[in-house]
Write a protein that binds this ligand. Structure first.
Ligand code: GDP
Length: 457
């Protein structure tokens, strides 16, 4: 079975989670930071999932003078030993600078991370769960370790690591599928259709975002938006498209409408980034009379870096005369200028008349499904075998680099892990080749893909 480490700053509830997973009350839990903790690895269980858990809570006993150093050393050790880190934050407090510190450390190590927003029971934690997105580890698992809420979500997040172990253990036992290929369908269906899809409408000033949102909502709701100084709750608006709940985010647009004199203000990348981080799918709204300007490309790049799915709305299409020619040109530009998110749908719309909005939303749902996709381990490794046969990694410094096993521990966006004899030596061009192959073979259009190399032979 696999090993998970519990990581996080003092008092986020690491010991409480440890106790819940191990099912005993050995560790002393207290709401006071710095209370003595038991640090032995535990045999954890959620449902029928058994794994080893490393608790780093004990390092809080360190003498304050050396606390930071010890915390760091022990955390690094725990991350190194584990297959996956459970990174805890306190949903009631939100993201603190120390949390950011841990996030940075985890990012540097580059191993799989499951973000856990703990103490998320009831309404109080909701804002903190949203804020946790900003850490850049994708969707947080909202948990209450104390009340046992959210354990099913934690189970779902951890399950792939068990599947990976099984795949490794079954190696050498013939070609039997570890996972049924039909699992692909099932994974898509696991997306809960009653949960709102979070969609950010972003773009340069005057691209037509507010007009588009108003048409979607069927009323001038944006005009009654909040004054400057927007609170976290007021940047989203609930909508429904063909029975599917949608949460629309538009930070910049709302502020602008509230303060008309800011109409021509420069696009604040910070605003765009904020909506992008809240979102699962980003609709980049272009003014087709001035497409793919520098700011548009900057936004697309942010979307890729933040790991969100992307759809491009070609707005003001009603102004275009030779539509066929325009479309061909726009396609060519997208391929050339946005290599980091290949296959992005370009949907002509008119926010003014509403034309094309249904097609736009259909594409939003499609890329959302892709973003949630999980490629079964068996299919992945069959693909890898054929890649290695036809186009193996090059030799570096006279030694061949071996690549074995792949798995996708995580979706949202699709994140792959490959085991490599010398991860540091594998050329970037080969990693890119693998990602392009994954994208093509498994039809992963319009979403950024991640590939982590881990040492293993
Ligand atoms: P925002 O800054 O992105 O929110 O842009 P607005 O929604 O305020 O729109 C900027 C301008 O473009 C306004 O004058 C709109 O009337 C115009 N506009 C928006 N969408 C369309 C469209 O689909 N067709 C045309 N012809 N004009 C549009």
């Amino acid at each position: 079975s696999f090993t998970a480490a519990i990581i996080g700053r003092p008092n986020v509830g690491k010991s409480t989670l440890f106790n819940r997973l191990v099912g005993s009350k050995i560790a002393l839990v207290d709401d006071t930071p710095g209370v003595t903790r038991d640090r032995r690895p535990g045999e954890a269980r959620i449902g029928d999932l058994y794994f080893t858990i490393i608790d780093t809570a004990g390092l809080e006993e360190a003498d304050p003078a050396s606390l930071e150093g010890r915390m760091r050393a022990q955390t690094e050790m725990a991350i190194a030993e584990a297959d996956v880190s459970l990174f805890l934050i306190d949903a009631r407090v939100g993201v603190t600078p120390i949390d950011e510190h841990f996030a940075e450390l985890l990012r540097r190590v580059g191993k799989p991370v499951i973000l856990v927003a703990n103490k998320a029971e009831g309404k109080v934690g909701e804002a903190g769960v949203m804020e946790a997105y900003s850490l850049g580890f994708g969707e947080p698992v909202a948990l209450s370790a104390e009340h046992g809420v959210g354990m099913a979500d934690l189970f779902a997040a951890l399950l792939p690591f068990e599947q990976l172990e099984e795949a490794l253990e079954d190696e050498g036992e013939g070609d039997d599928d570890v996972i049924d290929p039909s699992a692909l369908e099932e994974e898509v269906e696991q997306v809960d259709p009653t949960r709102p899809i979070k969609v950010a409408i972003v773009g340069r000033p005057n691209a037509g975002k507010s007009t588009l949102i108003n048409t979607m909502l069927g009323e001038d709701r944006m005009l009654t938006g909040p004054e400057a100084g927007i609170t976290r709750d007021s940047i989203s608006v609930d909508w429904e498209w063909q029975g599917r709940p949608i949460k629309l985010f538009d930070t910049a647009g709302m502020r602008k409408k509230a303060r008309v004199e800011e109409k021509l203000e420069k696009l604040s990348v910070g605003d765009a980034l904020r909506s992008i981080r809240f979102a699962e799918v980003v609709v980049l709204t272009l003014d087709v009379t001035m497409p793919f300007e520098k700011q548009d490309l900057q936004i697309a790049d942010l979307v890729a870096r933040e790991g969100r799915a992307l759809v491009i709305a070609l707005n003001k299409w009603d102004l275009i005369e030779d539509r066929q020619k325009a479309m061909a040109e726009l396609r060519e530009m997208a391929e050339r200028l946005l290599p980091q998110v290949r296959g992005v749908p370009l949907v002509p719309i008119s926010g003014l008349t509403g034309a094309g909005i249904d097609k736009l939303m259909a594409e939003v749902l499609r890329v959302y499904a892709t973003w949630n996709r999980r490629v079964p381990t068996a299919a992945l490794n069959r693909w890898l075998a054929s890649v290695l046969e036809h186009h193996p990694p090059p030799a570096v410094s006279g030694r061949r680099i071996k690549l074995r096993y792949m798995t996708q521990p995580k979706a949202r966006p699709p994140t792959f892990v490959a085991f490599c004899s010398r991860p540091e030596a594998l050329p970037e061009s080969y990693t890119r080749y693998l990602l392009n192959g994954l994208r093509e073979t498994f039809k992963l259009d319009a979403v950024p893909l991640r590939l982590t190399l881990r040492k293993g032979e």
